[in-house]
Design a protein around this ligand. Sequence first.
Ligand code: FES
Length: 78
Amino acid sequence: MNCAIEIQSRVSCMYVCLCNGLREADVRTAARLSGETRPAAVYAHLGCAFECGCCASFARNIIEDSHAEGCETVWAAE
Ligand code: FES
């Protein structure tokens, strides 16, 4: 298997929130579809809420990265 594909696959399957069983791909997709920037709002879009809160910082980074990727896509398309 191509290493880049394998790494991307592992990243997408990585759990962000153990309390809610959310994976990185779930958070990225919800952030993009909802347009929300706050982790609590993205989690609400997924039908859940923070429980222990340990994932908040990690989720915030993923959401910011997700929106930044969206901007790069728009810039690349122009
Ligand atoms: S790990 Fe996400 S709320 Fe606990």
